[in-house]
Design a protein around this ligand. Sequence first.
Ligand code: DMJ
Length: 571
Amino acid sequence: TDLPRSPPAAAEPRHASPAAPRRLREKLRTAARMAGPPAHTAPGSRQQVQGGEGRAEPATGAPSARETRAPFRFDYQRFCRSLRHPVRGRRPSEDPETRARRMKIKEMMKFAWDNYKQYALGKNELRPLTKNGHIGNMFGGLRGATVVDALDTLYIMELEEEFQEAKKWVEKSFDLNVNGEASLFEVNIRYIGGLLAAYYLTGEEVFKSKALELGEKLLPAFNTPTGIPRGVINLGRQDTRSLLSPCSGMSWSWGWASAGSSILAEFGTLHLEFLHLSELSGNPVFAEKASTSQLGVMNIRKVLNRVEKPQGLYPNFLSPVTGNWVQHHVSIGGLGDSFYEYLIKSWLMSDKKDSEAKKMYDDALEAIEKHLVKKSAGGLTYIAEWRGGILDHKMGHLACFSGGMIALGAEHAGEERKQHYMDLAAEITNTCHESYARSDTKLGPEAFRFDAGSEAMATRLSERYYILRPEVVESYMYMWRLTHDPKYRQWGWEVVKALEKHCRVEAGFSGIRDVYTTTPTHDNMQQSFFLAETLKYLYLLFCEDDVLSLDDWVFNTEAHPLPINHTNFKA
Ligand code: DMJ
């Protein structure tokens, strides 16, 4: 999704979660117990279990739940043996041009990382023009978003030294005892997703324990009348003795979201990560399949299946109090996007067992195709937005992930629909490529339109920027893997050249403010998703198919690979 980068500080109305019921506290304690001890607990220190209620356990005395030995152990070796392909592939012989292109992308990653490390290590992003770090307000006091987002890309690219630098930072400096208001969605997709992927790729316990510890801090957001989580959570330690963070474990809706609503792409983009938190901890609290409980991500679908969908479409705003839609704005771009992505990927991640997710995806895509997919006068297929029945003929850059998603789903659509969806995916990807090809920089704008004579171009000044987003190359990567049509590699290479020409500056990569001028000004921001997604998808585009094979992995919406569950890995 695409959310304003403004703080939730002035969120109005603020809907503080009611105090967590005893059941929640018990579940959290069990989760902590089963997750085992944290990687680096200072002697004598204690890790509190987070909850929605400001009631702390005594600071001394009996060991906390976290300090108890775990009865559950995830069998990492067994998991590794279950993979169908080595994670970094078998490296068959290949043509020199493909290799050279891949090496170029690896060099870009090293350049992005080295500059972040030199000027901004420990901050969330690098500011490449001013050569300093940016912290922002999305992560509630958490730091090192770029480190955590970059881990798996560094690993896959065999940037060993750089991976070790990133790992060392996580071990020594990644502090989860922070106090601040964080986006549940962003913390989940970047930090939880990044840590989980790093664990699955390397087996290093530090990544697992940090992911589980952070996951627990997010659980109180689910404590709403419907179990639909709110968008903003306070990550502070609960400690009523010190009253240092009286809001810890409380959650709010975004101030800009109508009537205290939760956002479809936010509460709909937790499933993959939370199922893995349950898988790794042996504790169902994150997924929570019990029908009586409102906790956990499984409950979200129950609410969505209950509520009536206008024309079969899912609006972007839902009340976590009533479980009803708050506004009828539908978009496969920002605010809606990754909800659809996580339906098909949930099914794939379950090794095609989660038929509920598949049905929800199939039905949603059918409605989207019926009501939102349009063809422009010039013959370009696009997905419009829908505002209470009125179409807005605009496609955001964010919506360009959908070419890849539809192709991924087409593989499993049944013979008669398969070709149809592959064609649709190819047409949408082509349209997104056009939005790049029609600009002077060969990079695409934030949004492009199909009205007033315009075709795949931004018409508003405010929509001309490019912030190193991945969605278009993401679709190229899937289309390449699923069709092997060389044009997708060609298009990906055009993006590499454009990034080098317009976004590479002395100390990193920067977004640009206007894709329609060959002398663009830079926005002075190297987004963490550039390392997590854009460079990873470009690299994979020039790899053999067995590198992070789609037989073994699904990518979360931040491109962090999570394994498909072939087996149960309890030791
Ligand atoms: C990323 O953080 C994720 O891909 C998210 O789902 C949408 N937006 C950004 C990148 O554009």
